[in-house]
Write a new protein. Structure first.
Length: 596
């Protein structure tokens, strides 16, 4: 498998990349893109793919197509060995999930669907305070691509999950695509209820039964349900979309939903290096956040937070005051509102002036912050565990369980999406991610160069070596390492030394310095370089080992370098406008974010 071509069919653009094995190493060599052709007048997704291939052919000089057929296997400068693809065209995979208890099985079902690459349109639970007719009407209105139904531990109660199945049957839902086929429903609940579920749903829907996602209160079993979702995505959803039958006959591996593939490459990298990873993809309409902590993978979609079509939702969710605090110059509130509304009216425009760029990056910080908070709220330990309770107590249960996203244990933070990947200066992307995610202790930061994570995710299912080599050599651009105070070090008085450090550079030179609270400092260190640093916090400050305790560690460089951040967690901004603008000016100057 020396020559690989991969595509990602997005809702607006189809992106193709060529990967070649050179001197025993896989590298991404050429890329092409074309408008996605899922809508009229073409209504055939394969046309956009062929157009993207034609661009790769032109750039690389390699003949890939014979008419409308992909030439395989590769011989010399003709053909490729395999073609793989992902897709989010036509709105991606849209699902509803239903579970007996909102904070337990319904939440587990939501995690299963999100992890498979779906957008969850609604979560229906027995205790969600909606009346039966409201639930039935909601299922009928939404017209999802499929429904995931769960509920009850194995051998537990069957009443509530059967009740939910009756609501689905009463709604008699029609799928979003293709009026002639039945809506797929996956049942992943109490195995004792399977016969009853089958009796209720098999005549009205295309029912698929898989293992319980919550076999016991102490255990979550999401993998079988995720596999079933992706299988049905291909068989039902993709099969109905115009031109996909043709596309599926070309690929050497099943087509995956784009977010599912991104999640897969993150899991592959985390497992290979034994690290904890948080990743974000900020788009025009949605923001996806991924986290891998140990064996636990979570993904969330903030379906209404984006930088173009959903930009007004960022204003509504975050509030004008929160956006305004990141704008590094004096601006009138009404002016800022008008600029945001203009972007919503003309979503495909990009900033034309430095002021517009600064405003867009201020909004991006809040879109990322709010999306990450939503992710942390869902990425929690199992609820209902290790407590004796009857079902009435479980129904009353409020959100308990701590988030498993621990910023002190985070090794790598990866950003992608236009506002981060295409920021005019890499230091701008670094600062946006530090401000939004607030990493603690020592964290490496990177961006996806040209958004090839989906291609590599689906490739990892057939050739993990190729996917990981290209990911590390061509996909990720390491920005550097952030060294920061941990949570609780906020609002400390300015003045006085906060931390001292001693860094031994790769050439053996030693640099020593100390910083007061509320500052940023950058130490240049190349992407392929490693330095050793010893950080000694003052007695009331903590950089990960406890107050006043020194930390000694090897740190990797990047395009920006080592960023030492003594602004505390959370970052405290001055209340008074002039002081706040001056603070922001100092920070952007320290990291060389905006040219004079």
């Amino acid at each position: 498998m020396n020559i690989i071509i991969a595509t990602d069919c997005g809702s607006t653009t189809t992106k193709a990349i060529l990967i070649e094995k050179k001197d025993g190493v896989y590298r991404q060599t050429f890329r092409g893109e074309a408008p996605t052709t899922v809508e009229a007048p073409f209504e055939d997704v394969a046309r956009g793919v062929l157009n993207a291939f034609a661009e790769v052919e032109e750039l690389s000089g390699r003949k890939i197509l014979d008419g409308e057929k992909i030439i395989t296997p590769a011989q010399g400068n003709i053909g490729v060995d395999i073609y793989v693809s992902t897709s989010s065209a036509g709105g991606g995979l849209q699902m509803m999930v239903a579970g007996a208890v909102r904070a337990m099985t319904a939440e587990s079902a939501q995690r299963a669907a999100l992890g498979a690459g779906a957008i969850v349109m609604d979560v229906i639970a027995s205790n969600d305070k909606r009346l039966p007719h409201e639930k039935i009407e909601r299922i009928r209105q939404l017209r999802p691509d499929m429904i995931l139904l769960s509920g009850g531990t194995d051998g537990g109660t069957v009443t509530h999950v059967v009740e939910l199945a009756e609501y689905i049957a009463a709604a008699n839902p029609k799928p979003r695509l293709g009026i002639t086929f039945e809506l797929p429903v996956i049942y992943a609940g109490n195995k004792d209820a399977r016969d009853k579920i089958e009796a209720i749903l098999s005549k009205k829907t295309s029912l698929h039964i898989t293992e319980n996602i919550r076999p016991t209160l102490e255990r979550e079993n999401l993998f079988p349900a995720r596999q079933e979702i992706q299988k049905l995505f291909l068989e039902h959803v993709m099969a109905q979309a115009p031109g996909y039958k043709n596309l599926m006959s070309w690929t050497g591996a099943p087509i995956m939903p784009t977010p599912g593939a991104v999640g897969l490459i993150m899991q592959t990298i985390a497992k290979k290096h034994g690290i904890n990873v948080v990743g974000v993809d900020i788009g025009g309409a949605t923001t996806d956040v991924f986290s891998v902590y140990g064996d636990i993978f979570n993904r969330t979609v903030s379906a209404n937070l984006g930088m173009s079509y959903s930009i007004s939702n960022v204003l509504a969710e975050a509030g004008l005051e929160n956006i305004l605090r990141w704008v590094p110059f004096d601006i009138d509130e009404s002016d800022l509102r008008n600029r945001i509304k203009n972007k919503m009216i003309r979503p495909t425009t990009i900033p034309q002036t430095l002021k517009e760029l600064k405003i867009e990056q201020a909004i991006a910080r809040e879109a990322l912050r709010v999306s990450f908070n939503q992710h942390k709220a869902l990425a929690v330990g199992l609820k209902g565990v290790q407590k004796e309770r009857d079902i009435s107590e479980a129904f009353r249960q409020e959100a308990e369980g701590e988030t498993i996203v621990d910023m002190q244990k985070l090794d790598l933070l990866v950003g992608s999406g236009g506002v981060l990947s295409h920021a005019p200066r890499r230091s701008q992307a670094m600062l946006m991610m530090i401000d939004a995610f607030l990493p603690e202790g020592i964290t490496r930061v990177a961006v996806d160069s040209i958004f090839m994570m989906p291609h590599l995710g689906v490739l990892s299912t057939v050739n993990e070596k190729a996917a990981t080599e290209v990911f590390e050599k061509d996909c990720l651009i390491y920005l550097g390492t952030c060294i920061s105070l941990v949570k609780g070090n906020a609002g400390k008085q300015k003045g006085g030394i906060c931390i001292s450090y001693k860094i031994t550079m790769p050439d053996g030179t030693v640099r020593e310095d100390s910083l007061p609270y509320g500052n940023l400092q950058v130490i240049p260190l190349g992407s392929d370089q490693v330095a050793e640093i010893e950080i000694i916090p003052a007695k009331n400050f903590d950089v990960g080992e406890g107050k006043g305790k020194p930390v000694r560690k090897q740190v990797a460089g990047g395009v920006v370098g080592i960023v030492i951040d003594t602004r505390g967690r959370p970052i405290t901004l001055a209340k008074e406008k002039a002081s706040r603008v001056e603070q922001l000016r100092q920070w952007t100057e320290a990291i060389d974010a905006y040219p004079e």
